[in-house]
Design a protein. Structure first.
Length: 474
């Protein structure tokens, strides 16, 4: 007789493992299957998905190391600190990154054990419907579950004619394991991965050129933020080329050669030691055998769901990168919790209007809610409060005067519609805006709250004051 569960989660990434833990907390007999071993020497499934193994966590470790390296080489002297010329031990940097990943993946297994979640090793694929629920083949075993949550995540999208070997030509996986600082690094794609990985290797000494097909830089961000980011990243030394068309890519013993046409129609050839391809991601739904249960996918291979992550098949749910919305780990986690609570008959909740976006360059960028261009297009009357970090004592003391906080509020009700930050600590500061917006807060609500002095959070406070034209320090 096959194993039977109340809830089976297919995929152990952020959406999957969180959904499994929450379902178990609610009293369900819960299992989670995971097949991808990534680089595990024993071939064991590594929980945490792309985010923990080859995405969010390892990239932030490299960003932190490279930031310290650049600070030591360029910023310390301004503060009277002399350390000589810093040197980077790339294998040690990569090793530290891997140690952090190992610790956290093991931690999730510990959480499974603590919450009595059964970990099943193997790829999950639908078989059909059995007497006790939906049948899913996991490895060589068929298990049954009354409720199934699909959380299989996404994988890097590759370009036709460009063979990724994760040595000379890398996607997000290979980009995290480059074993030496490339003299010249080319990157196709000026999105989050391209900008963050470009920043890492630029700080460590690479000459970095980023090629982007879109005509505008960070078009999804607020126009003021994207303009400031382009200015600052270019000043740092990243070569950002927009509106290009990629041609033939050739590899040789010397490296990689990329032919492209710029926005003026001029042909170029870029020679580099390494190439990173970061042109978006696609859902991991191949091999799921969705047709076995009649699960509906769209033309992009994403599972179709409603606002509560219900699929067209009763008892089957889907969360994270395999469904609509931004491919963000924290969005997947929120959906995972929501689904587990809905299965339990509770009022699960996920507000897609207050999901924050972050890019961990230096300075960091973060935003939540509407952009100014969106409000203009929608015909919404709004007011703006915008304060630079240059006016903040803590930012000056940190040697981080770049950037600003921009707040958009409804001109009639004063309700906060969007907050956009580029500057030191943006990834942390955005949380205050998310809380305020989640509770329907107005700019006056933040303006009336006492913020500790001196802190970076005072820039958020001043931006809120500025919405009513009563900023005190700018």
């Amino acid at each position: 007789m096959s194993q039977q569960f109340d809830v089976l989660v297919i995929g152990g990434g952020p959406g999957g493992y969180v959904a499994a833990i929450r379902a178990a907390q609610l009293g369900f007999n819960t299992a989670c299957c995971e097949s991808n071993p990534y680089a595990d020497p024993k071939g064991e499934p590594r929980l945490g998905g792309t985010c923990l193994n080859v995405g969010c966590i390892p990239s932030k470790a490299l960003l932190h190391t490279s930031h310290l390296f650049e600070e030591a080489g360029h910023a310390f002297a301004e503060q009277g600190i002399s350390v000589g010329t810093p040197r980077i031990d790339v294998p040690r940097m990569i090793g530290r990154k891997s140690e952090i990943v190992d610790k956290l993946t093991a931690g999730i297994k510990g959480l499974f054990k603590k919450n009595n979640v059964t970990l099943l090793k193997g790829h999950g694929a639908f078989v059909g419907q059995g007497a006790a629920g939906w049948q899913v083949k996991v490895g060589e075993e068929v298990v049954e579950a009354r409720q199934v949550i699909v959380a299989t995540g996404s994988k890097a999208r590759h370009l036709p004619g460009i063979a990724v070997d994760n040595k000379l030509i890398c996607d997000n996986i290979g980009a995290l394991d480059i074993d030496a600082v490339p003299r010249k690094l080319a990157i196709i794609g000026a999105g989050v991965i391209g900008l963050e990985m470009g920043s890492v290797w630029r700080r460590l000494g690479s000459e970095v050129t980023i090629l982007e097909a879109a005509p505008d830089f960070l078009a999804a961000a607020d126009v003021d933020l994207s303009r400031e980011a382009l200015k600052l990243l270019t000043k740092q030394g990243l070569s950002l080329n927009m509106g290009v068309r990629i041609g033939e890519v050739k590899t040789s013993k010397k490296g990689v050669s990329i032919a492209y046409v710029d926005k003026e129609g001029k042909e170029h050839k870029l020679d580099a030691d390494r190439l990173i391809v970061s042109v978006g991601r696609i859902p991991n739904t191949d091999g799921l055998d969705a047709e076995a249960v009649g699960l509906k996918l769209d033309e992009r291979g994403m599972i179709e769901v409603d606002e509560h992550c219900k699929t067209n098949v009763a008892g089957i749910w889907a969360v994270g990168d395999v469904v609509r919305g931004p491919m963000l780990a924290h969005k997947a986690m929120e959906e995972g919790v929501m689904v587990a609570e809905l299965i339990a008959g509770q009022a699960g909740h996920c507000n897609f209007d207050t999901i924050p976006f972050v890019i961990y360059t230096s300075p960091e960028m973060a935003w939540v809610g509407k952009t100014e261009q969106q409000l203009k297009a929608e015909g919404v009357a709004y007011k703006v409060g915008k304060i630079p970090f240059l006016a903040n004592g803590r930012a000056l003391g940190m040697g981080a005067p770049e950037g600003f906080v921009k707040m958009l509020a409804d001109a009639r009700t004063d309700r906060i519609l969007g907050v956009h930050i580029i500057g030191a600590g943006a990834s942390e500061l955005i949380a205050e805006a998310v809380v305020a917006m989640e509770f329907g807060g107005a700019s006056e609500d933040l303006a009336r709250i006492c913020h500790a002095h001196p802190t970076l959070s005072e820039v958020v406070h001043e931006a809120a004051l500025s919405c009513d034209k009563r900023a005190l320090h700018f």
